[in-house]
Design a binder for this molecule. Structure first.
Ligand SMILES: Nc1ncnc2c1ncn2[C@@H]1O[C@H](COP(=O)(O)OP(=O)(O)OP(=O)(O)O)[C@@H](O)[C@H]1O
Ligand SMILES: [Mg+2]
Length: 287
């Protein structure tokens, strides 16, 4: 199977710049507690970058800094060449915010709104002139795009299963046809089969829509099956970034334990089975 170039879709949009997110010298602290210090990160255009790290190492805070919800003490953050630090109401900021979608840890849907109404929230904010009929049609399309049945639109979050809540949150993240997706623990709490289906959906959407994705996850299967590269957050920095094969070769104790410990080995084996299974199927078809 030939791997698709991570830049396959991006080149036509940004021929001169292959970096979607550029973080330099980031420092975040809450009181005495320093979360990030001198953190650098590049996310390439068109790639799915996984972000891993122990609980509380600052993965969610990193995502919040990139999307401008957390103002860092020091450092710079650029998305598509535009700084995301600064007054949120500037023209450039509004324009850049419109180009990303976010799935927050835990889903964070508005519980008093239906799924369809949740999807419409960002559209109403950025395109207030769009009428109700068109809003309904766009929301219906996003609901199906996120793999929900069409009849999920009128339901309230409390009426959905955990997996459906994640898909509804994904539908909302896709509302504005983003070029960039931020997913914070999208498969946490899902059973392995639902998680695998969600992984496949993310990979498919990224490939077909040409998305760049920053994907925070603890799920080793997700890392293997979805991500082009993985960044490891530890010691307040991104201590390593690369393909899983590159990271496995690392001698950093946390990285070695993470990828080559019992769970890491199981995920690697499952990935091998998936890949070889897919190869065998392709060969069968070619015969
Ligand atoms: N608004 C805040 N005020 C004070 N401390 C905060 C705030 N947000 C996060 N923190 C602290 O920053 C640290 C990093 O939090 P963060 O949520 O980024 O961790 P994480 O890597 O996403 O963890 P997990 O894997 O459990 O989701 C934690 O110690 C947390 O308590
Ligand atoms: Mg988190």
């Amino acid at each position: 199977m030939v791997a698709q170039s991570p830049f396959a879709h991006a080149d036509d949009r940004h021929p001169h710049d292959d970096i979607a997110i550029k973080v330099r010298g980031l420092r975040n602290a809450f009181g005495e507690q320093v979360i990030h210090d001198q953190l650098d990160l590049d996310v390439k255009m068109g790639e799915i970058l996984g972000v891993v790290g122990g609980s509380g190492t600052g993965k969610s805070v990193l995502m919040r800094s990139i999307i401008g919800l957390q103002t860092p003490e020091e450092g710079s953050v650029e998305v598509f060449g535009v700084s995301t630090i600064g007054p949120a109401d500037s023209e450039a900021q509004r324009d850049i915010r419109r180009r990303w979608g976010v799935l927050f840890q835990g889903g964070a849907l508005f519980s008093t709104l239906t799924v369809a109404e949740n999807v419409q929230v960002p559209i109403r904010e950025y395109f207030p002139a769009i009428g109700d009929d068109l809003l309904d049609r766009i929301a219906a399309y996003k609901v199906v795009l996120a793999g929900l049945p069409a009849n999920a639109g009128p339901k309230y979050p409390a009426e959905l299963s955990g997996g459906m809540v994640k898909r509804a949150a994904l539908a909302r993240a896709l509302a504005l046809d983003p070029a960039l997706l931020f997913l914070d623990e999208p498969t946490a709490g899902l059973d392995p089969i639902s998680a695998a289906a969600f992984d496949a959906l993310i990979r498919d959407l990224a490939d077909t829509l040409g998305l760049t994705v920053l994907l925070i996850t603890h799920d080793l299967d997700t890392l293997h099956s979805v991500c082009d590269r993985v960044a490891v957050l530890a010691d307040k920095k991104v201590i390593a970034i690369g393909t899983i094969d590159e990271l496995v070769a690392s001698d950093h104790p946390w990285i070695a334990e993470y990828f080559t410990g019992p769970r890491g080995r199981m995920a690697a084996k499952a990935d091998e089975r998936r890949t070889h299974g897919a190869d065998a199927q392709t060969e069968d078809k070619q015969r």
